[in-house]
Write a protein that binds this ligand. Structure first.
Ligand code: ATP
Ligand code: MG
Length: 394
């Protein structure tokens, strides 16, 4: 029998708690297909909390497929495995061939066995003992080590076949995007907001993004940087609907009419207002920001209270309790950090006051905002918002 290399994508049962298992699985398979389709031809089947991904010809780039799958939320672990007949003599023979190179070079190994098919005539310890003995005989230089061996020869006995692999890699975790509603990420060019979007998508939320720009104070390249960030997180989030709001006129009027100390908090309230109107048009239910308490003067709790006073929908701030160091660690892991630190201006920084009020009082902020009627400009900004689709595979 020729040996087929396939990919096993496993989803943990824990993630299924409280969710409808069937729709969870459908969603996950759909997301995997959508990601892998541009990459090659695969067939999909599922059994026992595992999705079996089989390449349809020998040309498939399996490393590339693994890389893509490592970013699909809902997958707890992934591994490349060989499908072999369940006959134990066959398993032994194939294991010797498949692991020859690895075992020849290693000094320590162990055999791990999982038996999903409980009717199989041997139990897991028996499989480990027999296969281990056979391999020790063939490779007398090897020692068995249970803790941290160099090679783990893994045998999984499942319904249809047996599978041989060298152990699984950790998957992206979380739950499949699309199973938890939609939210709008306020995406700046900084470090925090892309991480915030990633974290909420991990919980199954489909993420759209909104960006406020103020040309000519902010450049075209600053916007392109934000689009690059959106594209980067789309490797995890899937396609992102991207809304770009022209914010120049509002900021110019604010500069004239708004006391400098309230500039940031009022600007934030106006951003939230515009974002919510676009959410209403799009059927999006919540907002996401990259704010973290006390990180900068405008992110105090008092400022958040004043911002949230204009919010009619939940505002998710997944990095709210994290230190900058922790946020940076995630941004490096998801590969947004290097883009985020490119030195382009953001509309927030262009007009930022030197001394924002760290403890704004809501009544004072509301009074300050009444000094000018922003409503016509809000409507104009919403009407002139540009939409584009940021896709993970183009
Ligand atoms: P980030 O690293 O995400 O830019 P930050 O620490 O620079 O955050 P601020 O500039 O105070 O913080 O912005 C706080 C949050 O407001 C951001 O995380 C983001 O969600 C939102 N935000 C800021 N500027 C913009 C913008 N130009 N367009 C859309 N959202 C923005
Ligand atoms: Mg910022």
């Amino acid at each position: 029998m020729d040996m087929r290399e396939i990919i096993l994508a496993k989803y943990g049962e824990i993630a299924l708690k409280g969710l409808n298992k069937h729709s969870f699985e459908e969603m996950l398979v759909k997301n995997i297909k959508r990601r892998l389709n541009p990459h090659g031809k695969f067939s999909y089947s599922r059994a026992q909390s595992t999705i079996y991904i089989t390449p349809q010809d020998d040309q498939q780039d399996m490393d590339g497929a693994m890389e893509i799958l490592s970013k699909v939320f809902g997958i707890a672990s992934i591994c490349r495995a060989y499908e072999v007949p369940k006959d134990f003599a066959e398993i032994k023979a194939q294991a010797a061939v498949l692991f020859d190179e690895k075992l020849s070079q290693a000094r320590t190994f162990k055999v791990a066995a999982k038996r999903a098919d409980k009717r199989y005539p041997m139990n897991s310890p028996e499989i480990c003992t027999e296969l281990g003995a056979m391999l020790l005989e063939k490779y007398p230089h090897l020692t068995v080590r249970v803790k941290n061996p160099e090679v783990t020869v893994t045998v999984e006995i499942r319904e249809k076949s047996a599978y041989l692999h060298a152990g699984a890699e950790e998957g992206a975790g979380g739950i499949p995007v699309g199973s938890s509603g939609r939210a709008m990420l306020l995406l700046s060019g900084g470090i925090d907001s892309p991480v915030a979007g990633y974290m909420i998508a991990k919980r199954g939320v489909r993420v759209s993004a909104i960006h406020f720009e103020s040309p000519p104070y902010t450049s075209e390249r600053a916007r392109l940087k934000v689009e690059k960030l959106a594209k980067k997180i789309s490797e995890y989030c899937g396609n992102i609907e991207f809304f770009c709001v022209p914010f120049t006129e509002i900021q110019e009027q604010m500069r004239v009419h708004c006391p400098e100390e309230y500039f940031t908090v009022i600007m934030r309230r106006l951003m939230m207002e515009i974002a919510q109107r676009i959410c209403a048009e799009q059927g999006i239910q919540a907002l996401i920001t990259g704010e973290s308490i006390g990180q900068v003067a405008s992110q105090t709790m008092d400022a958040m209270v004043c911002t949230d006073a204009v919010c009619r929908m939940p505002v998710f701030r997944p990095v709210v309790g994290m230190d900058k160091k922790e946020i940076i660690a995630i941004s490096r892991r998801i590969d947004t950090f290097d883009i985020s630190v490119e030195p382009y201006e953001d509309c927030c920084t262009v007009f930022t006051p030197k001394h924002p009020k760290t403890k704004p009082v809501l009544a004072d902020v509301e009074r300050a905002q009444l000094a000018y009627d922003y409503e016509p400009l809000i409507q104009k900004a919403v009407a002139e918002t540009r939409f584009s689709l940021i896709s993970f595979y183009q």
